[in-house]
Design a binder for this molecule. Structure first.
Ligand code: EPU
Length: 426
């Protein structure tokens, strides 16, 4: 098994490029199933979740050509069966998007129940409500969701919660349907907008993405295009957090500063100096972080996917902070790991009270999910002594070249095997 080992206390400095967005890529890859032409997708991050999704599509019959590390060409003409029943499908949440994409192309879909990070209940009721309103019937048995429609017909669909997944799935199912579909209380995340932009680039008619109301006028055909994925908001936010945690001076290139506004605002409250440019951002910090309260909400609010990383900084801030997690039921599993490093955090339901300690101390910890793993890295970089992080496969699901990028910024970080004789693991 591999681990990450960090000797903490090095101030990060320098410049790195942010990779393409995981959550946009995992929505756009299934959307390719709806396209009749060849698509070239650029700025794809080389991470486990994306590679899993591409493998499932390859197993379904898609022709996938890797042009270079971040560019692939895909032709899905040879997918003949609307079936994504594969053990790999059960390993990630975004594989639920095969339901919308296959339904949109074949009016039928069979998809293994999706998996993904465990934040408590992760329902699919809004996805299924959306499909039903578009004319599909569904059944679930043996861990497989089956959907069938005579045809997809546009409807007005109100989402009780502004769910990213339901918004994406309804867009995919409706884009080649008859008439107009309106999604009310739609998710506004940058990756939802990126999917809409991609669909429009291949001939769709999707309007209003990025607002509460998305209108999809069904079209008969979608062609091909060359499309560049947006930068990853959460990868950028994680390196911003790492810069603040280590009192560093870091420039991130290839970002869209507008997507980072809520993160920038909170890190400024904590004491960071942040300069925004057209497509880069510089973040500096010196001295102990200031305490502050944080509530996670859907975009444009503070993202839940940055909650563990900011909680980590607040765990050594100059006072008490409160975090309210308003998106997921159970996203504090990483707290036990931070406690092993000396953090003083009390969780009560969806809220955590963090009393800042002087400094975290390195310890053996584990990544309990993707962003929790990112938080362990931020903690290890800031802590005194050595931190060993287990379960790094979670981190590799969403962060391209994380060890290499942090090394380029001056961190003392390595990937090691359990039996590496040069390292004494705790
Ligand atoms: N919800 C329902 N019913 C549904 C779907 C969702 O009640 O049918 C609720 C959920 O229980 C949750 C809220 O709606 O309370 C938001 O869930 P959403 O559907 O927006 O989440 P998701 O689509 O499953 C995406 C990201 C997550 C991110 C959330 C929230 C992808 C592939 N995943 O998940 O990203 O936390 O939105 O922003 O886009 C990550 O990247 O680490 C990650 C977990």
């Amino acid at each position: 098994m591999e681990k990450i080992v960090i000797n903490g206390g090095k101030k990060l400095h320098g410049s790195i490029r942010i990779s393409g967005s995981k959550n946009a890529t995992v929505a756009i890859l299934p959307a390719l199933i709806l396209c009749e032409g060849v698509c070239r997708i650029e700025n794809i991050p080389n991470i486990v979740d994306v590679n899993l999704m591409a493998t499932v599509m390859y197993n379904m019959g898609a022709d996938i050509k890797r042009i270079n590390k971040s560019t692939i060409e895909i032709n899905t003409a040879n997918i003949r069966n609307p079936v994504a029943v594969d053990k790999l499908v059960g390993e990630m949440r975004a594989s639920s998007y095969f339901m919308g994409a296959l339904l949109g192309r074949f009016s039928h879909a069979e998809v293994s129940f999706p998996g993904g990070c465990d934040f408590g209940v992760r329902p699919l009721d809004l996805h299924l409500k959306g499909f039903s309103m578009l004319g599909a019937k569904y059944s679930i048995s043996d861990g497989i969701i089956k959907l069938d429609a005579e045809k997809i017909v546009g409807e007005r669909i109100y989402l009780d919660v502004a769910s990213v997944g339901a918004t994406v799935n309804i867009m995919l199912a409706a884009v080649k349907g008859e008439g107009t579909t309106t999604i009310e209380n739609a998710a506004k995340e940058p990756h939802v907008v990126d999917l809409a932009n991609f669909l429009n680039s291949v001939g769709a008619d999707v309007r209003g993405a990025g607002t509460d109301v998305i209108k999809i006028n069904g079209v008969k055909h979608l062609g091909g295009s060359t499309y560049t994925i947006i930068p990853d908001q959460i990868e950028a936010g994680t390196y911003m957090a790492a810069a603040v945690a280590t009192e560093g001076d870091v420039t991130l290139t290839g970002v869209i500063p507008k997507h980072l506004e809520s993160i920038t605002a909170k890190l400024r409250e904590i004491g960071a100096i942040i300069d925004e440019y057209d497509d880069s951002i510089r973040i500096r910090c010196s001295g102990r972080p200031h305490c502050c309260d944080v509530t996670t909400t859907p975009h444009p609010g503070f993202p839940t996917d940055m909650q563990p990383q900011i909680a980590t900084i607040l765990s050594f801030a100059d006072g008490a902070s409160r975090i309210n997690e308003a998106v997921w039921d159970n996203r504090f599993c990483y707290v036990t790991e931070l406690q092993k490093m000396g953090a003083n955090i009390n969780v009560d339901g969806g809220s955590a009270l963090i009393k800042g300690v002087d400094r975290l101390a390195g310890a053996p910890v584990k990544a309990v999910d993707l962003r929790a793993g990112a938080a362990m890295i931020v903690a290890g970089l800031a802590a005194s002594g050595t931190t060993y992080i287990q379960n790094i496969h979670y981190i590799e699901r969403g962060y391209e070249d994380v060890v290499e990028k942090l090394t380029a910024l001056g961190a003392d970080i390595k990937r090691i095997y359990d039996n590496d004789p040069s390292i004494q693991t705790a």
